[in-house]
Ligand binder design. Structure first.
Ligand code: IPM
Ligand code: MG
Length: 357
């Protein structure tokens, strides 16, 4: 029996509600399989800690997480604290400190969930967006001068390094190769951004030579939004910069029904550090404490975590359970249902217990 060490950081807003639900489901899976166990250590880091002692996490936070096999993260953000403090105080230091340079964002339409696209149902849309997660437009490079004066200036410089672009490109080609269609779209804006984005195109072509079995094409990011809406079946795996993929993945989540369904993994493909898995919806203060948060994004996130840990059977069993529950119409209000977080969690746990896997 393998035991995996999971560091849970539920943090803010609906984070504790969905992570609690996710841990319940993981527990049901572990019990069902009898092959693995999870040893969960929960950290009470986040905005409440910031209000109490002025820091989102302890100074040795990364050292505390380092020996975990994976990090299971809820959400950060609070209405009374500026976003850049909560984000740069907890989530980004983990992503950057553990060099989780690949952000993986799958999108699918679940049975029973209505896509925002007409005539598109389960099976028609199965995307994997790979977001560069360590540099690009979110490198934090830039500054401000002459504050408050008429001549004030601010710069926000995107950083693209050969190492950074090449490693995300290789990762994307690998992921595309592992999927049935072996199809990759490289997204840039190289018509207008003639330095960094042309560099992306060049590196894409170089890396592509090592993957002759993967079919690839290029798309400009603006045209990509239209293609996602107009020709969703023409897309499989997508790789894009930090900013472009941030935007495209929100569009993808909305097209598939709701951001309440969208998972993500912040991955260190070299496995030098623990990778971090989180739902992408954020803290959602408007529904915090109401018990109606959609836990499906977190369940899918948990499935990605199991896959990463090397438990593909449990990962697949969880996806099957989610699909059964969605198909049965047990849906939270964000996707048109009346079920609560508890109802969905209980139904998914029941589906897992009833499964033969
Ligand atoms: C996401 C989120 C974050 C991001 C925000 C909160 C900075 O939108 O995970 O996509 O862009 O990284
Ligand atoms: Mg985003």
């Amino acid at each position: 029996m393998r035991t995996y060490r999971i560091a849970a950081i539920p943090a803010d807003g609906i984070g504790p509600e969905v992570i609690g639900a996710g841990l319940e489901v993981l527990d049901a899976l572990a019990t069902r399989s009898g092959q693995f166990a999870l040893q969960v250590e929960t950290h009470d880091w986040g905005s409440a800690r910031y209000r109490r002692i002025g820091a989102m996490m302890p100074e040795d936070g990364l050292a505390q997480l380092k020996s975990a096999d994976a990090i299971f993260f809820g959400a950060v953000g609070a209405p009374d604290i500026p976003d850049h403090i909560t984000l740069w105080g907890l989530r980004l230091p983990i992503c950057q400190g553990f060099d989780q340079y690949a952000n993986v964002r799958p999108t699918r339409i679940f049975p029973g969930v209505e896509s925002k696209l007409r005539d598109v149902g389960p099976g028609d849309l199965d995307w994997l967006i790979i977001r560069e997660n360590s540099e690009g437009e979110y490198a934090g490079h830039g500054g401000r001068a002459h504050r408050g004066l008429p001549e004030e200036v601010a710069t926000e410089t995107a950083i693209f390094t050969r190492v950074g672009v090449e490693r995300i490109m290789r990762y994307a080609f690998e992921r595309a190769r592992a999927r049935p269609r072996k199809l990759l779209t490289v997204v840039t804006k190289s018509n207008a951004q003639r330095h960094g984005m042309v560099f992306w195109d060049e590196i894409a072509a170089l890396v592509a030579a090592d993957y002759p079995d993967v079919t690839w094409d290029k798309e400009l990011v603006d045209a990509m939004t239209m293609r996602m809406v107009g020709k969703p079946r023409s897309i499989d795996t997508v790789v894009a910069t930090n900013l472009h993929a941030d935007i495209l993945s929100d569009l993808a989540a909305a097209l598939a029904g709701s951001v309440g369904l969208a998972p993500t993994g912040n991955i260190d493909p070299q496995r030098r550090f623990p990778s971090m898995f989180e739902p992408i919806h954020g803290s959602a203060f408007d529904i915090t404490g109401k018990g109606i948060a959609n836990p499906v994004a977190t369940f899918w996130t948990a499935s990605m975590m199991l896959e990463h840990l090397g438990e593909p059977k449990a990962a697949a069993a969880l996806m099957t359970a989610i699909e059964q529950v969605c198909a049965a119409g047990i849906l939270t209000p964000d996707i048109g249902g009346t079920a609560t977080t508890r109802d969905v969690t209980r139904a998914v746990c029941d589906a897992i217990r009833g499964a033969n896997a």
